[in-house]
Write a protein that binds this ligand. Structure first.
Ligand SMILES: Nc1ncnc2c1ncn2[C@@H]1O[C@H](COP(=O)(O)OP(=O)(O)O)[C@@H](O)[C@H]1O
Ligand SMILES: [Mg+2]
Length: 282
């Protein structure tokens, strides 16, 4: 279980300068190990470099300095690009930009076809992937008629059909309504727990980040916190300094603590928070 699926070593990155001159450093020495089978959330203010980091995780971008390894392969090794793309799949924010076919099952088949999966195996993989995201019943539907959450689950199925060991999702729920968000998040959790797919979830929703095993907080191209969600959220002041707000439960408990009440800061879920308040009032 402790196999490292993604490793970044002192990763630095700047986008190429348009003309003469330099561009700002976007990633400023990021060193991370992502363990196979884990569910890692990455949180951070807009522009802190989350998407840039994500794109290094399957060689869409290559480091300006330092090294990224996917399953032990240096991502700058061009000959191994296909192996890298097979190991780590990406899901982006806008589901409409990820749909390529007019029928759901053809859409899901597209990526494995491109990766050279034998046709006989594709049928099985597509059915399996659609079942995994709860969209099998829609296999013959037109993707553009689906809801945002359903489209995003089809996009996830397209990635799952490649049988990656890891999926990196870059704010996959940002454009979805609450029901779509919930369904996509449940799908992601199920893939992680039941299939052992490593998940890197980039999000700006605290409640989503709270459900991961591990939470990485970024600010200005650096990792500023890396711990369990409970431990990270209890560092209320530091999170505020990097422009993030904590979940409402933590905020309430923190304010009570400021007033001198002895309540735990790590009562993250509504139930735990209610329990902590009950203990206090009793
Ligand atoms: N293609 C690009 N060319 C130049 N600068 C970019 C490009 N994409 C992002 N940036 C800049 O890099 C920084 C980090 O962006 P990004 O990784 O998208 O952050 P996040 O996903 O955390 O919002 C921002 O300052 C952004 O303006
Ligand atoms: Mg982004």
């Amino acid at each position: 279980m402790n196999h490292t699926i993604i490793k970044t070593e002192d990763l630095h990155f700047s986008y190429p300068a348009p003309e003469e001159g330099t561009t700002p450093v976007v990633l400023d020495g990021v060193s991370l190990d992502i363990a196979e089978g884990s569910f890692v959330a990455v949180l951070g203010h807009n522009g802190c470099g989350k998407s840039t980091l994500a794109k290094h995780m399957n060689a869409i971008l290559l480091p300006s300095g330092g090294t990224v390894y996917v399953n032990g392969i240096d991502t700058s090794d061009e000959d191994r690009l296909l192996d890298i793309r097979r190991a780590v799949g990406m899901v982006f924010q806008n589901p409409d930009n990820q749909i390529v076919a007019n029928v759901v099952e053809e859409d899901v088949a597209f990526a494995p076809e491109n990766l050279g999966v034998p046709p006989a195996e594709i049928r099985q993989r597509v059915d399996d992937a659609l079942k995994a995201v709860g969209m099998y019943g829609y296999r013959e539907h037109a993707p553009h008629l689906l809801s945002g959450g359903q489209k995003q689950r089809v996009a996830i199925a397209g990635v799952i059909a490649m049988r990656p060991r890891c999926i990196v999702l870059d704010e996959p729920t940002a454009m979805l309504d609450p029901i779509g968000r919930r369904d996509v998040l449940n799908t992601i959790k199920t893939l992680n727990r039941e299939r052992g797919v490593t998940v890197v979830l980039i999000t700006h929703h605290m409640d989503e980040a709270a459900q991961a095993d591990r939470l990485i907080v970024m600010s200005k191209g650096r990792v500023v916190a890396d711990d369990t969600p409970k431990a990270v959220f209890s560092r209320v002041e530091e999170l505020r300094q990097v422009g993030l707000t904590v979940p409402q439960t933590t905020q309430l408990l923190w304010e009570l603590r400021q007033e001198g009440y002895d309540v735990p800061l790590d009562a993250l879920s509504d139930e735990e928070c209610a329990q902590a308040l009950y203990q206090l009032l009793k």
